[in-house]
Design a protein around this ligand. Structure first.
Ligand code: NAD
Length: 357
């Protein structure tokens, strides 16, 4: 089969890690007899430098014409001085919105070989954990009304959280469906003791829960969820939550797996086209040094095969190659932990994974 994949390298370590993932996809294409057509487009800081805007129309159109989008990361100190609307990060919200991607899947799994890199005590993670965070991606406070005004104490800024029943229902359905394919346990995280949007969120989730009697459902306040994730991560199977809570909790979950450099994500809408990216940023502090861990992006490419192209076996082939390389003891600097391994470069890690495919 022939597939079109839009490639958005972005800034910082983006080009290095995306090129690693493209090499992995090329090897998969040869092994399984597929044809992947990779079309590169600009996004973020590099797009600002070249076209004067973080999300050029050509990029949006290219992504809309593709079967799937693979993204590195955007942003960096060069563009930090720009105003909110001109910043590279604005492109992320724009492209998610343009592609109608309202569901963000963020798996946080403890790789057995990386137990030593987790900051949690050995006895807390001896049985591992495998959590899927389902984050709402195109609503809530990141997209609500905002601005500045004269307030009681002078100048003040405000951001607004708003959620409709429709938005909550569609992310809720995605989470219940995901739970049905996994451990059949779903925890919905909100702040219903304080926020009106959370009360609507909870009411809507309860109505949905009646349609999924096989799923063991529960609610949890976000402050408690933040504690429970580091106290007993194994209690969670699937977590569903709003845009901002999901942003924060999934970074916390990433840290207990050992490194942010390991975690992939998928953003999906109503059809099969999705956007796949590591959950970390552009890591400008290590860009160009060869220290970037390409695994999160390579695992994002595996999710792309599974969710957008329906190639589950090919996805598993990549995932088990990553497992094998970690079992063999190869580590990039961010996941060396107390393993005693000499860190390998982004290039060498990529070569090792390629050799296991
Ligand atoms: P970051 O995720 O880029 O980096 C945090 C820390 O993790 C750094 O020490 C970095 O070196 C390390 N790290 C991240 N990815 C790594 C990898 N693959 N291998 C090894 N180490 C890795 O977050 P930050 O420093 O807060 O942000 C840097 C820039 O990235 C900012 O401009 C920010 O706005 C942007 N950002 C972009 C995205 C995105 O494109 N989706 C997400 C978050 C931040």
């Amino acid at each position: 089969m022939e597939y079109n994949i839009a490639i958005l390298r972005g800034d910082g370590i983006g080009p290095e890690i995306v090129d690693s993932a493209v090499r992995v996809l090329e090897k998969i294409a040869v092994k399984y007899g597929h044809s992947f057509k990779f079309k590169p487009y600009l996004i973020g800081g590099c797009a600002i430098d070249e076209c004067g805007e973080p999300l050029p129309e050509e990029t949006v159109n290219g992504c809309l014409e593709s079967d799937a989008v693979l993204l590195g990361a955007v942003g960096g100190p060069e563009w930090d001085g720009l105003s909110g609307d001109r910043r590279p990060e604005k492109a992320l919200l724009g492209i998610r919105s343009a592609l109608g991607l309202y569901t963000n899947l963020r798996p946080a799994r403890l790789f057995p070989a990386l137990r030593g890199a987790s900051p949690l005590r050995e006895d807390m993670i001896e049985n591992g954990f495998d959590i899927l965070i389902v984050r709402e991606l195109t609503g809530g406070i990141y997209f609500g009304d905002r601005g500045y005004r004269d307030g009681k104490f002078g100048e003040e800024a405000f951001d607004t959280e708003a959620y409709s029943v429709t938005e909550i229902e569609r992310i809720g359905r995605a989470a219940f469906e995901a739970a049905m394919k996994r451990g059949k346990r779903l925890c919905s995280v909100d702040k219903a003791n304080v926020l009106e949007t959370s009360r609507l969120w909870r009411r809507t989730m309860h109505t949905l829960a009646e349609k999924y009697p096989e799923v063991e459902y529960r609610d949890m306040f976000v402050d408690n969820a933040a504690m429970q994730l580091v106290r007993d991560p194994k209690q969670f199977d699937v977590i569903v939550t709003s845009n901002m809570f999901g942003d924060i909790l999934s970074d916390e979950a990433s840290q207990i797996t050992g490194s942010i450099g390991m975690l992939a994500s998928a953003s999906l809408g109503d059809g099969t086209r999705g956007m796949y990216e590591p959950i970390h940023g552009s890591a400008p502090d290590i860009a160009g040094t060869g220290k970037a861990n390409p695994i999160a992006t390579i695992l994002s490419a595996a999710m792309l095969l599974r969710y957008s192209l329906g190639l589950g076996n090919e996805a598993e082939c990549i995932e088990s190659a990553v497992d094998k390389v970690l079992e063999q003891g190869f580590r990039t600097a961010d996941i060396v932990g107390d393993s005693g391994s000499e860190p390998v470069s982004c290039e060498e890690m990529t070569e090792r994974i390629l050799s296991c495919i």
